[in-house]
Design a protein around this ligand. Structure first.
Ligand code: GLN
Length: 187
């Protein structure tokens, strides 16, 4: 049997437990990350949704921001996690992200996304951002009303919604496939 993938989940604030549960369901081993040394040896990392201002502040406090910039394996940011990966924050994804883009008030909705995986993916948006601008290496994988909400740039995957809040595990599987690809390139 193949060794389980060890996937870190940034666990300073937000939906890290839900992501860990999905990873476990898919046979991966989730590792809660609060300190820079916990990033060592991970096969991939998820930055969960939550409150990007709080997560940014806590990351700085724990010295995680510098360590994350140097993290070499695939990274998946959802919602606030997507904001944290953008040009204005960690700069791991060449995107400009608009916070709370779907409305200024608390605005939540669900939408069926065509991700090119057969059946559409039901996506939960909670005060979600969208991608306002993307560099040439960014591949847009899904949009809502013409606004990109799922994108990939090399080893970095970003989603404006919350794939950890539905029973559909296909977006996490997409990320785990990215992780396996990166491992076979390094091997
Ligand atoms: N609105 C939040 C922010 O700007 C993100 C919302 C979420 O992660 N669900 O950080």
């Amino acid at each position: 049997m193949e060794k389980p993938l060890r996937i870190g989940v940034l666990a300073v604030q937000g939906n890290f437990r839900e992501h860990a549960a999905v990873l476990r369901r898919l046979g991966a081993e989730p590792v809660e990350v609060r300190l820079p040394e916990q990033l060592e040896g991970l096969d991939g990392l998820i930055l969960p949704g939550g409150e990007s201002t709080a997560i940014t502040r806590l990351m700085r406090l724990y010295g995680l921001d510098e360590a994350l910039r140097r993290f070499p394996a695939p990274v998946f940011g959802t919602c606030a996690g997507m904001i944290i990966l953008d040009r204005d924050h960690l700069g791991l994804a060449d995107v400009a992200v608009e916070r709370n883009a779907f409305g200024r008030q608390v605005r939540s909705f669900e939408a069926d996304l065509d991700v090119g995986m057969g059946e559409p993916v039901r996506a939960v948006f909670i005060r979600a951002p969208w991608i306002e601008d993307a560099g040439p290496d960014v591949e847009i994988l899904a949009e809502v009303d013409g606004h990109p909400v799922l994108a990939r740039q090399g080893r970095v995957l970003v989603a404006a919604f919350h794939p950890e809040l539905t029973d559909d595990t296909r977006i996490h599987e997409l990320f785990l496939n990215q992780v396996r690809e990166a491992m076979s390139v390094r091997a």
